[in-house]
Design a protein around this ligand. Structure first.
Ligand code: IMP
Length: 199
């Protein structure tokens, strides 16, 4: 079976991609199979830049069709911040909790009606013939106090009005079905099914 490399060392992301793409005639493998590949720096100015940097770097090093992804939380009141800096919003080595607290501080006193946000994931694909990308978006509201104990990152303050719950209050398999990453992977599955991949 032809292989596609997902430019990630995150086993949860890899499993999620493998599960959504399981009916396609490709085997999705992760960077754990290529321990000599150095860390890929996210130096892009946008999520698309970063996802392409990852996919291109891995394609150039390994020569197999490659996927790269990048995700950001975009808050309308903050003109799209933290966005591409979501992982390091409170500084270079910031923990999830530091980033979440910085966001709450930046929105301190801002009324609920002005706290619209979206998670956006861009997935890029690179092979010898083409570069393609898709994005998945989920909209919500940044509430002013964390709720729930599941998930990671900004999940406890990302509230979904239709569900009346935060991402941290729903089980992971339910989150994966409606999340930015799940939606992007679903679009990617349709894209991959449409064209033949030459190695
Ligand atoms: P990455 O591109 O998937 O590594 O995501 C970048 C950053 O966005 C992460 O470090 C998290 O802070 C945040 N993030 C991405 N996906 C999620 C999610 O599903 N829930 C909460 N935070 C997320």
């Amino acid at each position: 079976m032809d292989k596609i490399v997902f430019a990630t060392s995150n086993i949860n992301k890899l499993r999620e991609a493998q599960s959504i793409l399981k009916d396609l005639p490709y085997q999705v493998i992760g960077l754990d199979e290529f321990p000599n590949i150095p860390e890929i720096k996210e130096t892009g100015k946008t999520l698309l830049d970063n996802s392409l940097i990852k996919a291109r770097t891995v394609y150039n090093l390994i020569g197999l069709p490659s996927i790269g992804d990048d995700t950001g939380l975009e808050v309308e009141y903050l003109n799209g911040a933290p966005g591409v800096k979501s992982a390091r919003y409170a500084g270079g080595n910031a923990a999830y909790k530091d980033n979440l607290n910085k966001l709450l501080k930046d929105l301190d006193g801002v009324p609920l009606g002005k706290r619209k946000a979206q998670f956006r994931t861009v997935i890029s694909f690179v092979n010898a013939l083409t570069e393609q990308w898709v994005e998945g978006i989920v909209e919500g509201i940044i509430i002013d106090k964390p709720r729930g104990s599941g998930g990671f990152g900004y999940d406890p303050i990302f509230y979904l009005p239709e569900l009346k719950k935060t991402f941290a209050e729903i089980p992971m398999d339910e989150k994966n079905k409606i999340s930015h990453r799940g939606l992007a992977l679903e679009k990617f599955r349709i894209l991959l099914g449409k064209f033949y991949l030459t190695k």
